[in-house]
Structure formats: C-alpha cells, structure tokens
Design a protein. Structure first.
Length: 95
C-alpha cells in the first residue's frame, strides 16, 4: 500500500441502499488502486475483502461473504485503508 497523497474523502458506495432483488452488486467509487477495502457486518465481523484487479478506482462486491453466502438485509460498514490513513462508511442492503 504505497501511494503518495492518497485522498480517501471522495470514496462512496452505490447504490445505497442496495436492493438485493434488483441489484446483486454494490460498487465503491474513488478507491485508490493500492488501498485495502474491507466489509464488516453490524457485529463488527469482517465478512469480505475487496481486492483491486489492476489500476481502477472502482471496486465491486457481489454481496457474498467469505463463506460464499449471500448477505442478509442490514447495515454494513466498509473501511478503506491506505498509506496510514483510512475512511469508514456504511451502506444498507434491503430485500
């Protein structure tokens, strides 16, 4: 995770809320290519790591946890970490 002057303030998740009946993906925009992106459930358990493939600032998550199961409705937190700084945000999944 080495990048000069990473700006995490412009990161956002969309759609928010995401309706699992109409969309199977939540996207994260403006994520620096070398930053880490983690998803947590309301209990604070890390349920996904979203890796970057290439140099894109857009990352997608198919609403599937690390066990391969679709996530349930609820509020989820994301943390983006890069170069000693981090940003926390939240999004909702509805059915």
């Amino acid at each position: 995770m080495k990048s000069d002057n990473q700006d995490l303030s412009a990161i956002y998740a969309y759609p928010n809320p995401v309706n699992i009946k109409t969309s199977e993906i939540v996207k994260f925009q403006n994520v620096p290519p070398d930053a880490d992106l983690f998803i947590f459930n309301i209990l604070g358990e890390r349920i996904a790591n979203i890796e970057n493939k290439g140099r894109s600032t857009l990352r997608s998550w198919p609403l599937i946890n690390t066990q391969g199961e679709k996530v349930v409705s609820g509020v989820y937190m994301y943390i983006v970490q890069g170069d000693g700084i981090s940003k926390t945000g939240k999004f909702s999944v509805i059915r």
